[in-house]
Design a binder for this molecule. Structure first.
Ligand SMILES: Nc1ncnc2c1ncn2[C@@H]1O[C@H](COP(=O)(O)OP(=O)(O)OP(=O)(O)O)[C@@H](O)[C@H]1O
Ligand SMILES: [Mg+2]
Length: 689
């Protein structure tokens, strides 16, 4: 074999394999095997025009070119509008990718919604298309530039998407199993004939996507009662009571990550307020799709005035004036309705009011509503709101005082990244942080959901352990179990959400987190340095800690090295799943090297070492470690554990390994000792059992 060498891309110097910096110019070499590739869950959208060749035959080449250009441009616009990327054009087919290079947390749904948009647009233009969406794991070249013809994603998910597309009925959207499973709560489906695909033993299951069943960024309410948020609801109910009885305005922002239960709590509060005769008006911000400035506020004004989005502008303006008059009285309506019309984007030409005037009219509107009766204004998902709405909310909260209005905003924590001072300086403000559900509440929720699907609650504990107190994850895990009782893999919907959290990190932080995931739920600074040298590692770790993703532990198992832990097992798991196999192996080998250098003689980490050598693709070394660990366990009277370790070693050993006989013998002896222990024949010397 040739000795491998690394050639420095900067100066051309040849360096020995494994070098981390160039010997001549000190340029750092890229982390082993990384190359900007990741395994990711992506949703692939294929659109193809039907019968375009026939049509082309009848047309002048220039006309063909013109309509094809228009078609490609429109498909591109729709894909990008929903947050996807156009990967390539193949003949008349267009391939779009959602979930890479950036995951949004709901990429499968975005892909299906983009498919609907293309379908509807094609129908209008009398174009015949076949469309398919398929979701699954792919290998993604993050630095690829599809615009230059470089492929970004590869994997079976792409081929299957293409296959589904060619089987899709004309004018319809066909999706694969993962897409269906991930989006079934927000999209209506009908089962379709399974599709035969080349190279696949079983036909591919398929569904026809019919229509969305909820608004963008919204999810239907779960079928079980709210569990374990009594205290939070009580707090909010108390605030409402004061607002209503003392006629004092108050502003609340409920914070929490995706799926933790903000909307649900908002809904329960709305019902409570409505039950007490209060008025509730809701507005929401959306992650994509059409959005106008002040959108959530505009929705509220429209609801009060009885205006629908498809009313024609003249009619809408008339309704606005009469609707506002009912709230503010005719004189004030005359003054403020034109400004509110501008805020809603209904303004005619010539209405030019400065920002202060607009904000003042908004304030008068809200105050008048509240004077008419205690009112709660709910603003969902303000982390997606534009600047104008956030400014408006802050202004309303700062200026409205002695009227019974409760402003409630719901936000994911990323709002604070954009607006660190959110809520600061307001006269009556409460920030409510939604924490994960407790173990008991999680268990009860899981059991209730399983019961809803007619299942026993014996899996509730497993769900509780995995979901980390997130009700949405509990729902998704319960649904996965209900659909396929062997489901041990993380549902795609959960992976999508966690992936989006990872992607919101700066690249460097993310890559540290991914490297750390190889070390384990617990990791050490030194191990990270062994994987890849980084000058700014301390800063990066500090930043990850500040983002509440990892935690520096007070006590380290390795002398002289800092120990950290992942705060969330799910982040750890999803980060690890991102690594391609080769990169995984190289990193495991680095960790194993590090552990044996630092702890080699002590022998405390043999099991961990065995794990890393196995995953590094070096079973011989793993066997050595396992045997030491097994002997140790046997001596320490952890007989059961020792038996397991011996059998793992036997599984990894080569058939002709001369140690096999000896190891099997030791395993048998240990197993016998275990049996005697269990029967109480042997006195156990104080050790663990
Ligand atoms: N305490 C709870 N008891 C029972 N179900 C709950 C509870 N909290 C939330 N859920 C359910 O879990 C799911 C996710 O909750 P919800 O939609 O309120 O999350 P969210 O915090 O608003 O997330 P996002 O940031 O994505 O909007 C919903 O189906 C909701 O009905
Ligand atoms: Mg919500």
């Amino acid at each position: 074999m040739f000795p491998t060498v690394l050639t420095c891309a900067h100066c051309g110097q040849q360096n020995p394999d494994g070098a981390k910096f160039c010997n001549a110019c000190a340029t750092p070499f890229a982390a082993p095997g990384h190359m900007g590739e990741e395994r990711r869950i992506v949703s692939v959208l294929f659109v193809d025009m039907v019968g375009s060749t026939a049509r082309a035959e009848r047309l002048d080449p220039e006309d063909v070119r013109a309509y094809l250009d228009a078609y490609f441009a429109s498909v591109r616009v729709e894909i990008e509008r929903f947050g996807g990327t156009v990967e390539k054009f193949i003949g008349d087919a267009v391939m779009g990718v959602f979930g890479a290079p950036t995951a949004h947390g709901d990429d499968a749904e975005r892909a299906v919604r983009a498919a609907f948009a293309v379908r509807d647009w094609a129908e209008q233009d009398e174009l015949e298309v076949r469309i398919a969406v398929n979701t699954g794991e792919a290998i993604v070249a993050l630095e690829a530039q599809p615009g230059r013809g470089e492929a970004m994603v590869a994997g079976d998910v792409v081929n299957t998407a293409a296959r589904l597309q060619s089987s899709a009925p004309v004018g319809a959207v066909l999706v694969g199993e993962e897409t269906y499973a991930t989006t079934r709560t927000t999209i209506e489906y009908r089962p379709a004939q399974p599709v035969l695909a080349k190279g696949k033993s079983a036909p591919v299951r398929a569904w026809l996507a019919l229509r969305p069943t909820s608004g963008i960024g919204e999810r239907p309410v779960a079928p079980v009662p709210m569990i374990g948020r009594e205290r939070e609801l009580e707090t909010l109910a108390g605030i409402w009571e004061r607002v209503a009885s003392d006629e004092r305005a108050h502003f609340v922002t409920v914070f929490g990550p995706a799926g933790i239960g903000k909307s649900r709590l908002g809904l329960e509060l709305s019902q409570l307020v409505a039950g007490q005769g209060g008025r509730v008006v809701r507005g929401r911000s959306t992650p994509y799709g059409q959005s106008t400035p002040y959108s959530a506020f505009g929705q509220q004004v429209k609801q009060v005035a009885g205006i629908f989005d498809n009313d024609d502008p003249v009619e809408a303006r008339a309704r606005l004036v009469s609707g506002i008059a009912q709230v503010t009285g005719p004189a004030a309506a005359e003054e403020h309705a034109p400004h509110l019309a501008t805020l809603l984007g209904l303004g005619g030409d010539g209405d030019e009011a400065d920002r202060e005037t607009l904000l003042f009219s908004a304030r008068v509107f809200v105050e008048s509503l509240a004077l008419d009766g205690p009112t709660m204004l709910l603003y969902e998902d303000i982390h997606w709101a534009d600047e104008s709405l956030l400014d408006l909310l802050h202004t309303l909260a700062a200026r409205i005082r002695d009227v019974p209005v409760l402003l409630v905003a719901l936000a994911r924590p990323e709002l604070l990244a954009e607006r660190p001072g959110w809520g600061g300086g307001l006269p009556a403000y409460t920030a409510l942080q939604l924490e994960p559900l407790t173990g008991t509440a999680s268990h009860n929720l899981a059991a209730a959901l399983l019961a809803e699907s007619g299942l026993a609650d014996d899996r509730a504990e497993l769900i509780t352990e995995t979901a980390e107190g997130n009700p949405l994850f509990i729902e998704e895990l319960s649904a996965a179990i209900a659909e396929n009782s062997t489901a041990e893999v993380l549902p795609t919907s959960i992976r999508e959400i966690i992936a989006a959290r990872l992607d919101s990190l700066p690249t460097e932080e993310r890559s540290v987190l991914v490297d750390a995931s190889v070390v384990g739920r617990i990791f050490w600074r030194g191990a990270l340095l062994e994987i890849a040298p980084r000058n700014d590692l301390a800063t990066l770790l500090g930043s990850l800690e500040a983002r509440d993703l990892i935690r520096r532990e007070a006590v380290s198992r390795l002398r002289g090295d800092q120990q950290f832990g992942f705060k969330h097992g799910l982040i750890h798991e999803v980060a690890y799943q991102r690594l391609p196999r080769v990169a995984r192996r190289e990193r495991h080998a680095a960790v194993a090297r590090y552990l044996s250098e630092t702890t080699g003689d002590v022998g405390q980490t043999n099991e961990a070492l065995a794990h890393h050598w196995t995953e590094a693709g070096q079973p011989e070394r793993a066997v050595d470690c396992l045997l030491v660990a097994a002997d140790q366990a046997a001596r320490g009277w952890a007989k059961g554990h020792a038996v397991t370790l011996y059998s793992t070693a036997l599984k990894l050993m080569a058939e002709d390994d001369p140690r096999r006989r000896e190891v099997r013998l030791r395993q048998v002896v240990t197993a016998e000792a275990l049996m005697h222990l269990a029967q109480g024949d042997v006195e156990r010397p104080g050790g663990e059992g």
